[in-house]
Design a protein around this ligand. Sequence first.
Ligand code: DAH
Length: 344
Amino acid sequence: MASIFDEGKALLEEINAASPSTPEEVEAFRIRFLGSKNIVKPFMGKMREIANDQKKEFGLLIKSIKEAAESKFQAAKVQSEIAAEDAASAHLDLSAPGEPIELGSRHPVSVTMNRIIKIFERIGFTVAEEREIEDDWHNFTAMNTPEDHPARDMQDTYYLKDSSDMLLRTHTSSVQSRVMMSTSPPIRIIAPGRVYRNETISARSHCQFHQVEGLYIDKGVSFADLKQTLFHFAQEMFGSNIKIRLRPSYFPFTEPSAEMDVFLGTDTDRTYRLTKGTGWLEILGCGMVDPNVLANCNIDPEVYTGFAFGMGIERTALQNFDIGDIRLLFENDIRFLRQFASAL
Ligand code: DAH
């Protein structure tokens, strides 16, 4: 009987004396003492041969063998992992140059939009941003767009599924009604953002594009203020020698309305094409805020007047960076985008 206990003690001693250090030794230790066919299992089977009054002692011996094997294995495993890490870091060359951090590039649309925003910020406009999913009221009704206006057609506007009320905003003019409803004059904001129209995608037009909207409302704002503000913008954007012209036009939300052209000339092939041989390029729509719009948005048209303008960004970006196809701006091809790494 004593020999079975001796066998157990010998196992315990073997475990206590073991010092597995390499991953291979640790694994061999695990297989011998803890694996599915470990050496402790057949030893446990000997419980049957033990006299009843010694079974308890034998059980405790088995328990201490198992615990010793488990704790030795865990400690050895941690040690061998630390050793492996140390060995790997011994090969580190601390004098090697660091990995360069790759600089991204700004998208040509962002570059153009930021330039426009900066110009207006310098003369006191603040940026207002609003939702792209808009309701019919803010996008059309508040902006004095008649019920039968073609822009309201499903053919031109993306309505949300199963809704005749929610849509993807067709212009940043929707921000005008949002701001007028939530702020009292004086209001002087610039609203950049993305807009959507159900258009066939081609080299010159896309179903999504960007606009910058401007709105100025106060007592005594006049058309002369509008013209001078836009002239200042054109000078900052295209150079101090730029010539502008305002042509009468129509928008439901302004009265009177105008479109502004800048004179680029026809000296190069590009400007000839861009201006269709006239030298003039249309860059924005504008006008005096229609009194109906003010009234719709709870601003008293007897007290306040205002001007508004809205311009597309993509066309200016294409022209600034000499890009021939609007689709390139939405494909996000990294080879295309990298070309603008130095643009701020
Ligand atoms: N919302 C017009 C469009 O998308 C652009 C526009 C014209 C905005 C005149 C204005 C404006 O604020 O006064 O074509």
